[in-house]
Design a protein around this ligand. Sequence first.
Ligand code: SF4
Length: 69
Amino acid sequence: MILDKCPNCPGKKFYIKHKNGEKLIREEAILAHCFSCMGGYVDGKEPCEIKECCLYPFSPFQRSKKIDK
Ligand code: SF4
């Protein structure tokens, strides 16, 4: 269960909020989605490497927020 890992990972509280049927603002939804997509960061707080994803520039742990062109 992804909620058992990484107690302070970004997006976790918003993921739980969503699962409880509460509304999220856009930034919370992005973080919640990346939290879910990354499997709750069970492998550690690593940046996403899927540059093709439209949420990539907003995903947590990016070393650089610049988008490669
Ligand atoms: S940016 Fe990465 S972690 Fe976030 S939704 Fe896209 S692929 Fe998943």
